[in-house]
Design a protein. Sequence first.
Length: 117
Amino acid sequence: VQLQASGGGLVQAGGSLRLSCSASGRTFVNYKMGWFRQAPGKEREFVASITWNLGSTYYTDSVKGRFTISRVRAENMAYLQMNSVKPDDTAVYYCAAGPTSTNYIHWGQGTQVTVSS
């Protein structure tokens, strides 16, 4: 399985950015896709996830109402739309995949998101 994250960059506080995750190597039926982030000096944290089959979504509290995770099954793509970004959102963002009922087992390389104040 290969996951390729892209779309990071520099954005001003209050702005928007969309991250993309291209997935390949297997069928993702009964899988979930997730976004995680790791800021300098901090542990990696969960941001959002979506189940491949039904599209059920979950978010960490700090991004609820600002970020939206989605997937396009026909294209094996997952997205993270980031709106009203804040400097605290600055981090390397990773996409991940795994069976719906267990841990994430596939990880992509990160994409840097930097939010300037």
